[in-house]
Design a protein around this ligand. Sequence first.
Ligand code: S3P
Length: 456
Amino acid sequence: MSNSKTVSPVTRLRGTLQAPPDKSVSHRAALFASLSQEPTVLTGYSIAADPGSTLHCLQQAGVTLTQQLDPDGLTKTITMEGFGREGWRASAAKSKENGPIEFDCGNSGTTMRLLAGLAGGAGVYGRFIGDKSLSSRPMDRILGPLREFGIHSEARDGRYAPFLVNPLHPSTKDSMEVNSMPSGKVPSPMEFDLAIASAQIKSALLLAGLFSEMGVQVREPAQSRDHTERMLHIPTEKGWFSSSVHTPIPPQTLRIPGDISAMAFWMVAATIHPDAHLILENTGLNPTRDGIIKVLQEMGATLSIDERSTTGSEPAGRLEIQSTGYLKPIHLNGDVIANVIDELPILMVAMAFAKGRSEISDAAELRVKETDRIAAMATILQNSGCKLTEKPDGVIIEGSPDFIPRSIVADSLHDHRIAMSAAILALRASGPIEILHPECTAISYPTFWEELARIC
Ligand code: S3P
């Protein structure tokens, strides 16, 4: 694919779209399947690059798996041989003899953070690397708590990949002493009261806890996505989630539900376009991820849900969205932010078309995603003529239903969600918008450009 893609405004949007497999659930299904002693079959697994990084890393650890592209070419079926905690411990023993296992996580923060918890907890001597973007994202947010838990690490500048977990040198030889409590002593779990509502930090700790006699208890300041708790049946009491070596691993054979974060782009496209009618099939409706629907409805979007179903442990449904002439502005802050964290870039596009002042606050986390998503979206929207003020933790947008974005060059900065947000903005522009590095959509939504062409 060339290094840019031009999207022109269109007069009509029509069609039915199938949600691609959920990225967060795909990662977890594969990681958790590796913890099972039983063989697992995962159907409808994502063909996107990030969940592929997780599979590759599992193979590096010694997990035996096969990947078969499904006849429609849109999903994969993964079969995995039982590996279990024992497999991970054997892998740990091997790594201590043969040197570190290299985990190349590509662009995937979820792979890096969850796997550091899992492999670190198992005692694997691992070296974690990622691409340029991932190597600039903070890893101290997991390495710090994991260190408190007894899992040592050495990171570049103390906080970035490449990093080592359970490095072998004399001062850290007993890195897993937390797992070898003297017999007879009843250990109490180590508590982590998180400062950031992050599913990645929560999951990394719960996965590390699975190898420990003492175990962990984790509490978060606001609810982040709960796929880990659902899929592993993690017990919870008064807001504390806990795991230990005694937590059973439920069978993971399942079908991956559709990705609401991918469907968010079409929801906003249909909402802001004057002549649109889209049906979104099999969209994941997990209540810790469905904030985008609630926010758009609050803004006045014409959006309804039917044909509700359950896929694995996740609710899903069919969405119908039509043009909305008048959108109300909105202020997003506090607890809802974690629920819509990946949808904030495309919600900024919706805000640009709402009548009046919208605001996003408490979203400083957006600055440490695949790019600084506040700065990236501020640049694109301001260049296109939108009145936007950047804040340290969000944006203020003076929107208008009459806003006609200028024809611009939009730099995605290789961030999939920025590229897709710019593409949706272009559908309402005065002329073509050229999007740089469009191939990055393969990170989460490899068929995005084909789907866009199909509904235009
Ligand atoms: C993810 C959690 C979110 C989200 C990311 C995927 C996950 O990150 O932004 O795209 O699968 O756990 P944080 O929970 O760290 O904010």
